[in-house]
Ligand binder design. Structure first.
Ligand code: ZN
Ligand code: ZN
Ligand code: FE
Length: 763
């Protein structure tokens, strides 16, 4: 019985992730529990609730909002205003309201929930084996949203009219599918179909047919939630070899998908934290240690001690893996570094030479979104690629930001938009090195601006003049542009996610970053805060013979370092490296170094890893980014404490690290037949040692003991773990990336913070 006269009325505004997560039905049911009248409403700003009834009931209702909120809801704030009663007669859900100036957070795509999964495999359910089953607790969000507020008509589900049964669920506040925008069933929703390059394959069950074809060693392009995957049997060497040839990807690891944890444990070592991460609603690809007895093809992740494994996250994936496969390769469907394919027509065009068959569906993808990649380090999740499941959820900061667009870097690009205390760091855009990627970048920026209603007048960009992201910034007429040094941005990004706002010792171990002196930086010790930095120390500059060619051909850097170590006398070094590299190439590169022809100077840590990797015979020429460093890490033995020698000198107030002696010592180790595993470990230990020593030096003069670690080289677990250990042994507090990638995917966040601080400083 509802009370006829209400004594208390409260109007609430709830902010956070409260739309598309079953929040209104939850409020509806909660209001009914307490016999309250009034209404609930989705607005562009959040959820408004107007509620009245008995005083105690109103208070209990408010208290239970946080306590009992649906699993995917994230409540940031609840504003309460008490008013005089309006005499509502019932509790209703009002139609959504739009205010062009307000915005809300948008939920990422969430993996299928247990309830839906049970229905999927229940022969008596009307959605038995229906690949688009979802509810308010699961399913696609970000990738299908075309506009806000989040309503079916502003998603790519708008073209599907719900049948009577679906509509009934949608309208019933007590149903799990109440206002589930992508709600659908086999009668009214999207469907899957199988095609080869020419035509539709006639078959009763396209998914069963696809399983059959996968079993015959075919490659199938499977349309998922944020784009297409190329799928094939992960135990079949021949098909993986074929996929590598077609994709022009000779060695870079492929991700695999596996039905459940028990199956994963047959070929990987999985601890309880990794298990949790695999099963989280974000369902990232998790890097897991291979078991030696693994029966997964060696071609899946050659020269690597890890597999990138994920659990299924859509009903379609579950149906595909409800089969005899131990695991399927599920790699982004694209050619080399182009963005992932999302359209059916586009798939036929761009994947023609890659896939034998196409498992299509007719629900459009508005925003492409790659799989995220993460790993566990000491019980903590380290996100390496922040995309599906995480984006577009923002990073929340401790202070208010101006509206800024940070354009990001070139490789592994993300951009970042800020307003209030939120930094909306984008999903993974990829390498901005071709037109398709650049157009995807432009479209994504506009989409985020629209979704979060940000119209940035300030743009932050990387100092590298050739980055497409930098060129984009300069193409935006009438905006205020702020250039940010690459490694300063790395450090600021790591500071932000660790809530640091003070002067720190920033250690950036990185591949390539444009320096303020025009040289290529990458092993940098910065005394930094958000406003600025002082370059305190760096690796000695050495020539990079051939510029970008030296990145692709690490042996060039090995020659550069040998040239430095032996004062140009390369002829007498009797090691297999010198005998392996063509004499003509050696003399040409020697000339480039000595006469300074196309040999820009670099202090890059990535190039140092390249040099050692090539020198000891691991990798002379790479086929994917950072391959030489990754393979060098993979061979490192774990119980070695020895290291090499190096020198630190003070040059005009900047400390210079010269590893000349290390290269001489590695050369003798090679002559003495020391194993690659031991040399690699000694090399890693040397880097850790000079990092620690420089930090001690800065601590002595500046009295700072907080060390912030960032840059792509810290993806190296041996380096990261042992640097942290060494710093902590020396009473430093070490901070590193967890939520945001340590690689260039994290740059945009740092750019925002620096631009914001510099502007605040100005006024
Ligand atoms: Zn569900
Ligand atoms: Zn239906
Ligand atoms: Fe970088």
């Amino acid at each position: 019985m509802k009370p006829t006269i209400a004594t208390t009325r409260a109007k609430l505004l709830i902010k956070g992730i409260v739309q598309g997560v079953g929040f209104r039905p939850f409020i509806y049911n909660l209001a009914n529990t307490y016999n309250l009248n009034g209404w609930v409403l989705n607005s562009s700003e959040g959820v408004y609730i107007d509620i009245e009834g008995d005083d105690e009931d109103v208070r209990d209702f408010i208290e239970n909002i946080r306590k009992k909120a649906p699993p995917l809801a994230v409540i940031d704030s609840i504003d309460i205003l008490y008013l005089s009663p309006a005499n509502y007669k019932s509790f209703i859900i009002k139609p959504s309201e739009e205010d062009p100036n307000k915005y809300i957070k948008i939920s990422p795509d969430i993996s299928i929930c247990d309830d839906c999964l049970t229905e999927l495999f229940n022969p008596n359910d009307r959605r038995y084996r229906y690949p688009f089953i979802n509810c308010t607790n699961c399913g696609p969000r970000f990738t299908i949203i075309e506009g806000i507020p989040y309503d079916r008509k502003k998603t790519t589900m708008k073209s599907f009219k719900m049948c009577q049964l679906c509509q009934k669920e949608y309208d019933d506040p007590s149903n799990r599918r109440f206002h589930a925008q992508p709600n659908a069933c086999p009668k009214c929703g999207p469907n899957v179909f199988l095609e080869n390059i020419d035509e539709r394959i006639n078959c009763e069950d396209p998914i069963k047919k696809a399983i059959e074809l996968l079993g015959q060693g075919k490659i199938i392009a499977v349309k998922g939630i944020g784009g297409f995957h190329l799928a094939c049997d992960a135990q079949n060497d021949d098909v993986i070899d074929l996929l590598r040839k077609r994709k022009k990807r000779s060695l870079k690891p492929f991700a695999i998908m596996c039905r459940d944890i028990d199956k994963i444990k047959q070929f990987c070592i999985v601890n309880e934290y990794e298990e949790k991460l695999l099963q989280s609603v974000q369902r990232p690809i998790v890097l897991l240690k291979k078991r030696p007895e693994s029966t997964i093809s060696d071609l899946v992740a050659p020269n690597n001690n890890y597999f990138g494994v994920m659990l299924p996250y859509t009903p379609l994936h579950y149906l595909l893996l409800d089969s005899h496969f131990l695991a399927l390769v599920m790699t982004s469907a694209n050619i080399t570094e182009e963005p992932i394919v999302i359209d059916n027509d586009e798939a036929k065009e761009r994947l023609a030479g890659l896939a034998d068959y196409f498992l299509f569906h007719n629900r459009d993808i508005r925003m492409r979104c790659d799989d995220s990649i993460a790993r566990v380090y000491e019980k903590q999740t380290l996100v390496i690629r922040r995309s599906r499941g995480y984006a577009p959820y923002p990073v929340d900061l401790d202070f208010t930001m101006k509206e800024i667009l940070a354009c990001g870097a070139e490789l592994k690009n993300t951009f970042c938009l800020t307003r209030d205390n939120h930094a909306f760091i984008s999903h993974h855009i990829g390498d901005l090195q071709n037109l398709i990627a650049y157009n995807y970048y432009l479209d994504s920026i506009e989409h985020y601006k629209m979704l979060f209603r940000i119209d940035p007048q300030i743009l932050a960009y990387d100092l590298h003049p050739d980055y497409l992201s930098t060129k984009y910034a300069f193409s935006q007429v009438g905006k205020r542009l702020i250039g940010v040094q690459h490694h300063h941005a790395h450090i600021a990004s790591c500071m932000a996610e660790n809530s640091l706002n003070e002067k720190v010792i920033g250690v950036a171990m990185d591949g390539t970053g444009y320096g303020t002196d025009g040289n290529i930086w990458g092993c940098e010790f910065l005394l930094a805060d958000y406003v600025g930095f002082k370059r305190y120390a760096h690796l000695k500059y050495l020539p990079m013979p051939g510029g970008d060619m030296a990145v692709k051909e690490p042996y060039r850097m090995a020659l550069s370092y040998l040239h430095n170590a032996f004062d140009g006398e390369l002829d007498d070094i009797d090691i297999s490296f010198i005998n392996r590299i063509d004499d003509k190439k050696i003399s040409l590169i020697k000339k480039m170094i000595e006469r300074n022809i196309n040999a820009p100077l670099t202090s890059s840590c990535g190039r140092l890893f390249d040099a050692v990797s090539s020198l000891i015979g691991i990798r002379d020429i790479i086929t994917y980014e950072a391959q030489s460093a990754i393979e060098l890490e993979m061979v490192a033995e774990s119980d070695i404490i020895d290291r090499y020698d190096y020198e630190i000198t003070d040059q005009k107030g900047c400390l210079i690290i010269d590893v000349k002696k290390m290269f001489c010592e590695i050369t003798s180790d090679l002559k003495n037949g020391l194993s690659k595993g031991i040399i690699s470990a000694k090399f890693h230990n040397t880097v850790i040692d000079f990092i620690t020593n420089i930090c001690k030096e800065i601590k002595t003069t500046e009295g700072i003991n907080k060390v912030v670690l960032s840059g792509g080289v810290f993806q190296n677990q041996y380096l990261l773990a042992n640097t942290i250990k060494s710093l902590e042994n020396n009473r430093f507090k070490a901070y590193f990336h967890k939520k945001i990638p340590t690689n260039d995917g994290g740059i945009s966040l740092g750019q925002c913070l620096i631009a914001n601080a510099q502007l605040t400083e100005d006024f």
